[in-house]
Design a protein around this ligand. Structure first.
Ligand SMILES: Nc1nc2c(ncn2[C@@H]2O[C@H](COP(=O)(O)OP(=O)(O)O)[C@@H](O)[C@H]2O)c(=O)[nH]1
Ligand SMILES: [Mg+2]
Length: 238
């Protein structure tokens, strides 16, 4: 091959990978109420510091005439890291326990290959608080027991029995609040998965691994846009 051909081939490759980066990837973002899912959604759509969201701004869904929750529209997000890009599609779902089954419905209906679980440090602040563990536990249990969510679309009804995500990304949010120098050093070395913030989840994460669903753990600050895009893109490598 002459050098001109290599240049042309490289150009074509660049062009094709550029197009591929616009193919929308369906992802599902779940997590307990107040962990920062809406903030993350806004960070990915607009970027920059996201204003503090008050208690009155927690995400809620109303029931439709069939008695199932109406879900908000999906939105497209563009994420970039190290010159690579992806177009993600997700919906901002509520985190309260009554919405947990909508998580499963949404991921099955849209056949999401990636599930992002947003957690925060509340279980470190208060060891009796199990909100984060309950949220992750719901996912693991639903995938293990092949729970059938209510209100599936026609496609979802064909799919639910065989549905499993390709990967799970666990993001410990609010790093600006709980991450100290020592934790930051570990993060730089690539060892943040060993941090005690993830200890409460290890058993469930092993359960996912044993279902052949790889898990990537990282930490972000959705509010300040720290490590958000990098963490998600790295998660997609797993
Ligand atoms: N310090 C800090 N606060 C955050 C961060 N992300 C979200 N929050 C705050 O956490 C609260 C819950 O955020 P929200 O996005 O509504 O959570 P959701 O219930 O999971 O949708 C709000 O007060 C946010 O301002 C973050 O990265 N750092
Ligand atoms: Mg919300």
């Amino acid at each position: 091959m002459g050098s001109a051909e290599i240049v042309v081939a490289h150009g074509i490759w660049r062009f094709l990978s550029g197009i591929v980066s616009y193919v929308p990837v369906q992802i599902s973002v779940i997590g307990a109420s107040n962990t920062g899912k809406t903030t993350l959604d806004k960070q990915l759509t607009t970027q920059g510091e996201i204003r503090e969201l008050g208690e009155g701004e927690r995400t809620h869904h109303t029931k439709g005439w069939l008695g199932t929750y109406k879900l908000p529209e999906t939105t497209k997000k563009r994420v970039k890291s190290d010159g690579l890009a992806k177009t993600l599609v997700s919906r901002d779902l509520g985190g309260h326990i009554e919405y947990h089954s909508t998580w499963l419905r949404d991921m099955v209906d849209r056949n999401c290959n990636t599930v992002i679980v947003v957690v925060d440090h509340r279980h470190l602040v208060n060891p009796n608080n199990v909100d984060n563990q309950t949220a992750l536990g719901y996912l693991v249990n639903a995938l293990q027991k092949k729970t059938k969510p209510k209100g599936l679309s026609l496609r979802g009804r064909w799919r639910w029995k065989n549905y499993a995500p390709r990967r799970v990304i666990v993001l410990a949010n609010k790093a600006d609040e709980w991450m100290d120098m020592e934790a930051h050093k570990e993060w730089e070395k690539g060892f943040i998965a060993r941090h005690k913030i993830f200890d409460a989840f290890r058993e469930d994460l092993h359960q996912l691994q044993s279902m052949y669903i790889p898990v990537y753990t990282d930490t972000i600050s959705a509010r300040y846009g720290w490590n958000v895009q990098d963490a998600i893109m790295k998660g997609f490598d797993i």
